[in-house]
Design a protein around this ligand. Structure first.
Ligand SMILES: [Zn+2]
Length: 365
């Protein structure tokens, strides 16, 4: 199987290369260096490692949604959570907030597991593993999708690009006009570029491109798809009763910093109102949709604070020593599907050495 050379040239290959960080983690693990690294690091830093996941599931060849959102297979996720249980101190958002508010300090090697968006595999696959191992996690959900059952817009765009039968993909707003490759892997590579450029636009621009693409393909999101389903409120209540925490991720998964004041307030306040009504108490934690440096700002932080959220998470790579100055901009480390067990252990032992750098958005030229 080979990638279309035109796509490779235009968008860069996505080959199964072993990255430098992964190889370094393999060596460090094989030489038994990771526990020592962790111990030495712990002498100097007492911080909070926050892992960010999206989906846990197996990916069949015909899977036609955003592969980048699949963080781990079920087997790999189980091994990762076992490692956390055995070697670290998994904590909840409630404990993090309590520590920030002057309560008990977080334990050394504290780790917080988080999920964004609210895909149904979180309930079907991740939750039973977390419950079995006694690891708490926080699930940040876009409440409008829990209400409607509709697929997420960015993932639907990926789905359309992967499956559309047109000869060319023309998205002038994104400076994209290329032949659509027959090869599935090349299609998936192309979705990464489309989504990066889409997220660069303001909110109205993004909605325009999404609507136009759906109309052109004759495939509205309302049609739904079994591989792109949000959880239900009943599932979220079951997870809450099983020791998990549910947090906010907006209503319609819009990039909050790109919204005008009124729409921003609606996204944040309706999200909190729906969580409170369905789960019986206000959510204490929020993660900003998309979560990069262009996804939240001081105005967004003011809005989430005013709606009662006590702590906020970005999708910017790193680890934080939580304090009052950064409690609404805590860093996270993304776990991605190519992270194998030794790499995962390296990321946990020394995130600054082994984790991916934050991916910055590609600007259309
Ligand atoms: Zn999200």
């Amino acid at each position: 199987m080979s990638l279309d050379p035109a796509i490779v040239a235009a968008y860069g290959p996505r080959p199964a290369v072993v990255s430098r960080r992964q190889r370094l983690a393999e060596y460090a693990s094989a030489w038994g260096m990771l526990p020592l690294l962790r111990t030495v690091r712990g002498l100097f830093r007492r911080d909070l490692r926050v892992l960010a996941y999206h989906r846990v599931r197996d990916v069949a060849r015909e899977f036609a949604f955003d592969r980048a959102l699949v963080s781990a297979s079920p087997a790999r996720f189980h091994s990762q959570m076992r490692h956390l249980r055995d070697r670290f101190h998994p904590v909840s958002c409630r404990e993090v907030v309590a520590a920030l508010d002057g309560g008990p300090a977080l334990p050394r090697d504290a780790v917080l597991v988080t999920f964004d968006d609210g895909y149904d595999d979180n309930h079907a696959v991740a939750f039973p593993i977390l419950r079995e191992l006694g690891v708490p996690a926080t699930f940040f959900v876009a409440t409008g999708h829990i209400d409607s059952g509709m697929p997420y817009a960015y993932d639907w765009v990926a789905h359309l690009v992967v499956t559309m039968s047109d000869a060319r993909l023309r998205l002038p707003e994104l400076a994209i006009d290329v032949p659509l490759p027959a090869d599935r892997d090349a299609r998936h590579a192309l979705t990464g570029t489309v989504l990066d450029r889409l997220k660069y636009l303001d909110d109205a621009g993004q909605q325009g491109v999404i609507d136009e693409l759906q109309a052109r393909c004759g495939r509205p999101r309302a049609a739904g798809h079994v591989d792109c389903r949000p959880m239900t409120w009943d599932q979220l209540r079951e997870m809450r009763d099983g020791g998990m925490e549910i947090g906010g991720h907006g209503v319609h998964h819009r990039m909050l910093a790109k919204l005008p004041d009124e729409a921003l307030l609606a996204e944040v306040s309706e999200c909190q109102a729906r969580l409170t009504a369905e789960l019986g108490a206000p959510a204490i934690a929020v993660s900003y949709p998309v979560g990069g440096p262009d996804a939240y700002d001081a105005r967004v932080i003011d809005a989430v604070r005013a709606q009662g959220f006590r702590i906020g998470f970005s999708y910017i790579n790193g680890v934080s020593v939580p304090d009052d100055a950064n409690r609404y901009g805590l860093l996270r480390v993304a776990v991605e599907a190519d992270v194998d067990q030794s790499w995962f252990q390296g990321i946990l032992a020394a995130p600054e050495l082994f984790s991916h750098a934050t991916k910055l958005r590609v600007y259309p030229s």
